[in-house]
Design a protein around this ligand. Structure first.
Ligand SMILES: [Zn+2]
Length: 241
């Protein structure tokens, strides 16, 4: 990820993996809004591939929760509710401190070089005021951590979680830059120092900031009518939503 450029010289016939990567990249750059409808025809035409290839890409992204298939509606980009976003961040807070703890224990030189190169790119995008690229890169930082851990299951899990977080940023954040500046470098420095506890603590702090910026305390507008009806019925559980 991040290293290999798409093969532009190839006129058509993008692979299923390339299509998935492009769609994820579009979401990471906040170019693909949550809830937008995608059709097989449209994607097949865009990528100049057969609908079979598109269908495979859609199926895989739907499995990761990034796309949603609805009967009578078709395929849409996911639009996580506030409750879902809180759940996503809860899982991230369980998983990501342990990822960086593990990386601090390993202190793999090549991995650290990749992290440094990545943070340098973030810095360039930030100084240029290139917000789309910056948002994508800050999201990819979290995927890179999982990737460097060498655990494919983690990488796959984090891809889904990070992508849904990007969509939630578009829905709920006042500003588009979810990762506060400097926190990534603090995490990386702790990994480089082999300081497992600090790395984990910095990551947890960072995710709490991301969560705070998302303003998830409000109830979902989407479910508030249902909540009210349930409340009128005297269903106490509904108030916990
Ligand atoms: Zn971040």
């Amino acid at each position: 990820m991040g290293q290999t450029l798409p093969r532009f010289e190839k006129a058509h016939g993008k692979s299923e993996a390339e299509i998935r990567r492009r769609i994820l990249q579009a979401i990471f750059e906040l170019r693909l809004p949550p809830g937008v409808r995608l059709t097989e025809e449209q994607l097949a035409e865009t990528f100049d591939v057969s609908r079979t290839v598109v269908r495979q890409a859609i199926a895989r992204l739907a499995q990761d929760g990034v796309l949603v298939k609805l009967p009578n509606v078709g395929t849409t980009v996911a639009a996580p509710s506030r409750k879902e976003t809180r759940d996503i961040l809860a899982v991230r807070k369980m998983v990501e401190p342990d990822i960086v703890r593990m990386l601090a224990a390993i202190r793999d030189g090549e991995g650290l070089d990749r992290l440094r190169a990545h943070l340098a790119k973030e810095q360039v995008a930030r100084s240029r005021g290139d917000r789309g690229t910056l948002v994508r890169l800050t999201g990819e930082f979290h995927l890179l951590l999982a990737e460097i851990s060498g655990n494919q299951v983690l990488t796959r899990l984090m891809t889904g979680l990070q992508t849904l977080t990007c969509l939630a940023i578009l829905l709920y954040a006042d500003q588009d830059d979810a990762c506060p500046p400097d926190e990534h470098s603090r995490i990386m420095n702790a990994i480089a120092d082999g300081d497992e506890e600090t790395a984990a603590a910095e990551m947890l702090d960072h995710l709490l900031h991301v969560e705070r910026d998302l303003q998830l305390d409000h109830r979902d507008e989407r479910s508030s009518i249902n909540d009210t009806i349930a409340w009128l019925r005297g269903d106490a559980e509904a108030q916990e939503k």
